[in-house]
Design a protein around this ligand. Structure first.
Ligand code: ZN
Length: 181
């Protein structure tokens, strides 16, 4: 049955050393593994989605405006894919490899992702990217609520928060019944 890999928020602002909300070295270190997994999914004729945060700076109506400095502004360097994922996406983008906008932590909130997965009979969702305990976590919770079996690749997720990685991996496993690969 078809599977989908979600590469969450792997952009300069969240990953690069000078990104606005960078998760730093742990996030940079997972780049080769993310690209490796993405290539495996393409080779297997499975699906690769890149749910990517997008914001208007200082939007008075957006809840994140009270929490974080401006990040992932549309058209900015910060919203470009980080490192080797950028040329990988440029080469592979198409019907089965799709970057799309999201404006909340979860990749399902206000996006067509659930419809796309159902149209394609996707029965298994794999998660990689950043941050493990924020956008990956909220996406995992929504996938769980929608009944998608989940796999989290622990060598391809990262966060900036001390203890956040361990806490989230435990939560995926013990509360969302996820496979930790
Ligand atoms: Zn955001």
């Amino acid at each position: 049955m078809p599977k989908a890999l979600l590469i969450i928020d792997y952009t300069n602002d969240f990953v690069a050393p000078t990104g606005a909300l960078t998760a730093g070295a742990p996030a940079q270190a997972i780049a080769p593994r993310i690209v490796e997994l993405a290539s495996q999914f393409v080779t297997a004729h499975d699906f690769v989605y890149l749910p990517t945060d997008v914001h208007t700076p200082h939007d008075p109506y957006h809840p994140e405006s009270k929490l974080f400095p401006p990040h992932n502004v549309r058209g900015s360097w910060g919203r470009e894919l980080f490192g080797p994922l950028a040329p990988w996406y440029a080469e592979h983008q198409g019907a089965n490899v799709v970057l799309f906008d999201k404006t909340r932590y979860s990749s399902f909130a206000g996006t067509p992702l659930d419809l796309w997965l159902r149209e394609r009979d996707v029965t298994e969702v794999h998660l990689v990217g950043v941050c493990t305990d924020i956008c990956v976590l909220h996406t995992a919770v929504d996938a769980y609520n929608l009944n998608y079996p989940l796999t989290i690749h622990q060598d391809a997720v990262a966060t900036f928060k001390p203890g956040g990685q361990e806490w989230a991996l435990d939560h995926f496993k013990t509360c969302l019944n996820a496979t930790i690969a």
